[in-house]
Design a protein around this ligand. Structure first.
Ligand code: FDA
Length: 415
């Protein structure tokens, strides 16, 4: 019987262990924390956005080959994943409104974590918690796995599913990345992704230099946001939230990697441009077209939260009491430009401490996309967030973890 050791009882590792054991391998799952699956527990605000309802593969980000990424992703199609959760894990799913996000019907992330670990045990996986793996050494045709404070283990195949660097309190602090680097793998530059952006500067609306929107704390609305820096560009339509420190919400998180990378890797910071509503220039021209005695504020507030409407009109340098008929052409064009293309000031990001995922990671070209086996070492399998790939908010990152975890578990059991 094949002996498989899986390192890390997160989303990818637990799935790898389930499939390795289901294929007949003697499987041991080593987890450094005293429970495992901590990111599952805090995901989706405690409800776990377990999968997307529809997958747009082009929304994944990698510095490796997007073609290889797609092959890995397609190894376990969405429909089969949904069926697995319902039929095998006992976790029926539901779509939240028309959000294209799937959640467990119970809306409890804990159920997802607990049922996956229970399924692993039921399939014969031995789960060892409080087991910190410190090193991997090729030994004969297999591997020697070094544990802190314990004897080393032998295995025919080892699956590394130790995550990246985001939310280190959950157990993923980059140790696994360091271990595979010492084994010769290339780690493409890592960076926090899906992280809130900050703005520390303060200024009065309409003046130059600083944060014109500091007073808007708590306002949330759907927007379209684009971040551009050099050849990097990302656009997202979704929720936007003014926070104490700056901006958050799905649209901000989705494009944040461009901002983060511009600070770390480029000469100039990314430009963030927001369109506050679904209206374009022409639509706003018609909205303002009736002129008459309606105030500019009422016309803008018909489409936006009033406090934001106030701030944007002031930002355009227009008196809030002006009526539409009093607006000059220049003022109208300036206001429309702001409503459709406000350049958001920002100064930083909240880093790995608040990042939902890690960008960058193990270069995909060094992994066989069918089995997730390392092309550098036989019997070494890698999966999940530690790889150079991440997707947007909406269940994409679990989709990646489940698909690559399953493929790695199956691959390891067949070594
Ligand atoms: P993950 O980091 O989950 O697991 C790695 C495991 O390995 C951990 O249990 C860790 O303790 C263990 N480990 C690390 N080093 C070890 C060592 N040396 N020895 C032993 N064990 C070790 N995605 C999504 O699709 N929908 C969502 O709703 C959310 N929501 C969300 C919210 C928040 C706050 C965060 C931080 C993240 C999300 N995500 C998400 C992202 C998602 O949680 C993430 O992509 C996956 O959990 C990654 O799974 P992995 O198993 O690869 O790593």
């Amino acid at each position: 019987m094949k002996r498989v050791v899986v390192i890390g009882a997160g989303a990818a590792g637990t799935m790898a262990a389930i499939f390795a054991a289901s294929s007949g391998a003697e499987t041991r799952l080593l987890e450094r924390t005293n429970d495992g699956g901590r990111k599952i527990l805090i995901s989706g605000g405690g409800r776990c956005n377990i999968l997307p309802a529809v997958v747009h593969e082009s929304r994944f980000v990698t510095d490796s080959s997007p073609h290889t990424l797609r092959k890995m992703l397609r190894s376990w199609p969405l429909s089969e994943q949904i069926a697995f959760f319902k039929d095998e894990a006992g976790i029926p799913l539901m779509e939240e409104g028309e959000s294209a996000k799937l959640f467990p019907q119970s809306e409890r992330a804990r159920d997802v974590r607990d049922r996956l670990l229970a399924l692993a045990r039921a399939r014969g996986v031995v789960i060892e918690t409080g087991a910190l793996v410190t090193g991997l050494v090729p030994a004969g045709n297999g591997w020697q796995i070094e544990r802190r404070g314990g004897s080393s283990l032998q295995a025919d195949a080892v699956v590394v599913a130790t995550g990246g660097l985001s939310f280190p309190g959950t157990g993923s602090d980059g140790l696994g990345l360091r271990i595979v680097k010492t084994l010769g793998h290339t780690i493409n530059r890592t960076y926090p992704a899906l992280t809130p952006l900050t703005t520390t500067v303060r200024r009065k609306p309409g003046t130059t230099g600083g944060a014109p929107f500091a007073a808007l704390l708590g306002i949330s609305l759907p927007v379209t946001l684009t971040a551009r820096a050099g050849t990097l560009e990302s656009t997202s339509t979704g929720g936007f939230l003014f926070t104490h420190h700056g901006y958050s919400g799905p649209a901000v998180l989705d494009v944040s990697h461009v901002a983060v990378r511009s600070r770390a890797e480029m000469d100039a910071p990314a430009r963030l441009v927001v369109r506050w509503t679904s209206l374009n220039d022409k639509d706003w021209e018609s909205a303002f077209g009736s002129r008459g005695s309606r105030t500019v504020l009422n016309a803008v507030a018909a489409q936006l939260p009033r406090r934001l409407a106030d701030a944007l009109i002031e930002f355009a340098g227009i008196d809030l009491c002006r009526t539409l008929s009093q607006l000059t052409r220049d003022e109208r064009l300036r206001l429309i430009d702001i409503l459709v293309r406000t350049e958001l000031p920002w100064s930083g990001d909240e880093g790995y401490g608040k990042a939902e995922v890690t960008g960058g990671g193990v270069c995909l070209s060094e992994i066989d996309p069918k089995t997730m086996e390392s092309k550098i070492h036989r019997g070494l399998f890698l999966c999940g967030e530690m790889l150079d790939a991440f997707g947007p908010i909406g269940g994409y990152n679990f989709l990646w973890a489940w698909a690559t975890g399953r493929a790695a578990g199956l691959g390891a059991s067949r070594t």
